[in-house]
Every structure is written in C-alpha cells, then in structure tokens.
Design a binder for this molecule. Sequence first.
Ligand SMILES: NC(=O)c1ccc[n+]([C@@H]2O[C@H](COP(=O)([O-])OP(=O)(O)OC[C@H]3O[C@@H](n4cnc5c(N)ncnc54)[C@H](O)[C@@H]3O)[C@@H](O)[C@H]2O)c1
Ligand SMILES: [Zn+2]
Length: 346
Amino acid sequence: MTTVAAYAAPAAKAPLERTTIERRAVGESDVLIDIKFAGICHSDIHQAREGWGEAIFPMVPGHEIAGVVAEVGPGVTKFKVGDRVGVGCMVDSCRECENCLRGEEQYCLNGMVGTYNAVGKDGEPTYGGYSEKIVVDENYVVRIPDGLSLDVAAPLLCAGITTYSPLRHWNAGPGKKVAIVGLGGLGHMAVKIAHAMGAEVTVLSQSLRKKDDGLKLGADHYHATSDPKTFEELAGTFDLIVSTVSAPMDFGALLSLLKVDGALVNVGAPEEPIALNLFSVIGGRKTLAGSMIGGIRETQEMLDFCAAHGIGAEIELISAAEVNEAYERVLASDVRYRFVIDTATI
Ligand SMILES: NC(=O)c1ccc[n+]([C@@H]2O[C@H](COP(=O)([O-])OP(=O)(O)OC[C@H]3O[C@@H](n4cnc5c(N)ncnc54)[C@H](O)[C@@H]3O)[C@@H](O)[C@H]2O)c1
Ligand SMILES: [Zn+2]
C-alpha cells in the first residue's frame, strides 16, 4: 500500500479538502500512475453533492486522469515505466458478459467499477483522480499519443469519449447536420469532434454569449435556445442532436428540430426527471436515445483520432486549492471550457 495526498469531499455537499488515501500495492496486472492532471467533470459535482443519490464518502472525485506510468506489475504487457497514459470513468468490469466481451465495458451487465464513488473487486472503495497517484489494472488504462499534451488530453478521458461515442454510433460525418446542445465541457468537445468528422455543426446554447468561441471551435452556426425564433427557423433541420446539458431541458422542443428519422441523443445527466409528450417522437419517426462514456477500445480510438486531428480540450488550469471555487463556477456556467487540476499542487 502507498499513502498519497488527495482532495476529498468528507461528506455530501461539504467542501473538498486536502487529505491522504491509501492506494493498493501494485498487483500482477496493475500499473501505478503518477497523475499529472485531472479534469473536473460536472459528474464530479453531481456525485460529491449526492445529486444522483446516495454516495460513498470520503469521496475523491476525478475521472479525467492523465499521467505517467511509474511502476508495472510482473504480468503487465501493454505498458512500461515512462508511458503517457490516461484513465477515464471506469477501472474494472466483469470482463465476461456479452457487453464486456465486445468491448463495451461501460455497459457491463454486472456493473462496471467506477473510478470513484464505487467499490472495487477487492471490496475497498475506489478513489479518483484528484490525487497524486492511482493503481489501475492495465486493461482499463489507455495510451495518450505523443502529439497530445497531458493537460489538454485529460478531459478527453470523459468529455471526449462521451461525445465521440454517440457521434460515431449515429454516423456524424460529411453531409450530416449535427446540433450540439450546451457549450460546456462535453459540448465544446462535441463541437470539435463533430467538426473533425466532417459534419455541419450547429451549437444550440442558452444565449449567444459564447458565439465567437463556438465558431472558433469549429461550429458552422450558433443559435440561442432562449430565442423562440431559433425553434421556428430550425424546425426539421438536423439528422442528429447531441444534448450535453446538465439540467432538465425541453426535449420536446429539441425533437422538433430533427428531420424525419433523426435522433436526439442525450448524454447530460440531470438530477431531475423530465416530462415529455410522446407525440414529439411519433411524428417523424424520431429516436430519443442516450449514451454513456465509451468502451476502452473506443476510448483509445478517440484519443488517436484527437491526436490525428490536433484536438485537445480548451482548459483553465487550476491548483488543487481552487477546486471548490471551480465547482461553483461550473454550476454557474462560467467555465471555458474545462477546469483541469495540476495535481503537482496537491
Ligand atoms: N453520459 C455520460 O456518460 C456523461 C459523461 C460525462 C458527463 N455527463 C453529464 O453531462 C452533463 C454535462 O457535463 P459537463 O461536464 O459538460 O458540464 P458543464 O457544466 O461543463 O456543461 C453543461 C452545459 O449545460 C448548460 N446548461 C446548464 N443548465 C442549462 C439549462 N437549464 N438550459 C440550457 N443549458 C444549460 C451549461 O451552460 C453548460 O454549457 C452533466 O450532467 C454530466 O453529469 C454524462
Ligand atoms: Zn465525466
């Protein structure tokens, strides 16, 4: 076991504070990673404040982890000391169910093991990336390509894969009109990735406040959802809409923007349910779907895609002591576009 410094929420809604945690000894197929950077995902805040239900405390959030391999177990074949690596939202799964076997471990029928706020196969709680080091089985670790700096790569491990996966699955690409709802951490990655895939990209944001940024990120069009004219003008326009909004939205209004056979894919995880009039999917044979992160193989594919297209996150690098302030700014939609903790400051 190794004692490492970390930032943890001691209880629901309590501010995060510096503490120490134990990491397990490096086992047969484990790698020990020196964490360099950890992104702050809105899911960290939902969980640290028990917005999704009862959680495990103390909680060390962080599932956008970028670092360097410091030690490998005797059975490790994929990584060596010094490799640049990432860890996302899961650190284990059953490896035997049909979903694990086809590389979609995020949908493990026996429950994936979350990077934090979960219990590992050893019966111990898992602790996430707001810490100096982490020990992870090599099968749940991905390689960060040389062309990507670790700081801008960290958010790809959740925000990147969560948007890449549905964009791929629903075939975003040339000739497709794709709308991204919400221009936060996930939304800004979705814009960059959909643009790189060759789609015609529209941002649907609450206001036009971030329009210049959105166009620079790769959007072709930018509209405010607070303006009723947006919904008149864009009715029946899109093949695919990806919603990244962290609060309940009017999904009926978004569905009206789809073409016949279009799909609205929600990746946002609001704490409250929504009400939906089902006539909004009947008319136009529309699909309302969801998507959760991506499998390990697809996460590697996404990192390679991002490196090939020169895509990293737009980040604001902060020290660990600034994490509570950063949470408030995320909640106030005041982030451009991902806070990343420099873990050397823990
Ligand atoms: N499906 C998954 O696998 C997955 C993975 C990561 C995050 N998430 C969830 O996705 C959501 C977004 O995460 P993020 O890290 O990008 O958060 P974020 O805070 O960076 O971005 C959320 C965006 O939603 C906008 N927004 C908030 N309230 C709104 C409202 N009422 N109307 C319109 N827009 C509104 C914000 O302005 C912001 O642009 C969170 O709920 C998070 O938990 C899901
Ligand atoms: Zn996340």
